[in-house]
Design a protein around this ligand. Structure first.
Ligand code: ZN
Ligand code: ZN
Length: 343
């Protein structure tokens, strides 16, 4: 590929976002995925993997189904062709970027397409070698595939972004009833889904967190009804983003959310590839079994992002919060009555 042609393509990929129209973005995805699928272990694979990474914000929202399938199949093929090659590196550059995946959207890119462009001489050879290592390219392919379709690839390094870890810790204090911050403010802060077009993991994580914290929000520890109002408003705004893809799970396969402490952890772990890898590790997904088809013996982890499960979970959470609001109003009335004689 010539440098001007690559520069043109890179520019086009960069402009693809979750707001792109399918008729503009899908042809770019299909072209890129087709080239990767044609030679997933080839010496240009890093270029096409990068293209799909750059378009993953679009691909994780509402891509055309054909484009989504083509992108995922090409990424899985690249993982298969490149992921098992051995190298001498203890880690790869993509791992350093994982902490920045707080909303799962890459603004910084992979650093890979630039290697084919004019000016690449500025990059030291040792860096180039690590960037182009099959282990690094496969790593990016795994991350992109996992953002587009959570829990479909293995061997992603474990570790949620630091910011998510601190959110888990703050909320863990609250759901375990020993808050070390103002719980009312913390719950109001949590009740807003920041992305207008969230990834599947981010959206699922938000709704799971709301469920984990709703018992506390409706307990007598919360004295400001603004907390419940904010949570209800946040959930009502998020639910329409779930879409209506049908459930593919058997009865009883949807996750158990009865333990708020565990559910709270999952709520944030769902929001990044490294966090989801932690969930996978917890459930004992075995790296060695990557090529073996042992479906049915394992927990279907993708049930955590199943729209049908999340619709039900959100309904349950809203029911609890609305119930809390009703008794809150009743109690508020009683409190008003009580304050009279006391004051
Ligand atoms: Zn390597
Ligand atoms: Zn389901």
């Amino acid at each position: 590929m010539t440098s001007p042609r690559l520069a043109q393509l890179t520019d086009a990929w960069q402009r693809v976002s979750s707001t792109s129209a399918a008729e503009e973005a899908d042809p770019l995805v299909l072209d890129c995925a087709g080239r990767l699928a044609a030679d997933p272990g080839g010496d240009q694979a890093h270029v096409w993997v990068s293209g799909l990474v750059m378009m993953s914000e679009y691909l994780s929202w509402r891509p055309g189904p054909t484009a989504e399938r083509a992108a995922l199949e090409a990424l899985y093929a690249a993982v298969g062709a490149l992921g098992s090659r051995s190298c001498s590196h203890s880690d790869h550059p993509y791992q350093a970027e994982m902490d920045a995946l707080e909303d799962e959207v890459w603004n910084a890119g992979t650093g890979l397409p630039a290697l084919g462009l004019a000016g690449q001489d500025r990059i030291p050879d040792s860096d180039k070698e690590r960037l182009l290592c099959p282990g690094n390219v496969a790593g990016w392919a795994r991350l992109a595939a996992d953002v587009i379709s959570p829990f479909t690839v293995r061997r992603i390094p474990v570790g949620a972004p630091r910011y998510h870890q601190s959110c888990i810790s703050t909320l863990s204090g609250i759901v375990n009833d020993y808050p070390y911050v103002d719980p009312q403010q913390a719950l109001i802060d949590e009740s807003v889904l920041t992305a207008a077009r969230p990834t599947r993991g981010t959206l699922a994580g938000f709704l799971v967190t709301m469920n984990a914290t709703c018992w506390y929000a409706t307990s007598e520890r919360i004295t400001d009804r603004a907390v419940l109002d904010a949570m209800i408003k946040g959930i009502e705004a998020a639910v329409p983003l779930l879409g209506d893809a049908p459930c593919t799970h058997a009865p009883g396969e949807h996750p158990d959310t009865s333990d708020p402490d565990y559910t709270n952890q999952v709520g944030y772990l769902l929001r990044s590839p490294g966090g989801r890898a932690e969930i996978s590790e917890y459930y004992g997904w075995d790296e060695e079994d990557e090529d073996e088809d042992e479906e049915g013996e394992e927990e279907p982890l993708d049930a955590w992002v199943c729209p049908a499960f999340l619709h039900d979970l959100a309904e349950e959470t809203l029911g609890t919060l609305r119930g809390g609001l009703a008794s809150f109003t009743a109690e508020g009335g009683e409190q008003d009555a009580d304050t009279g004689p006391c004051s």
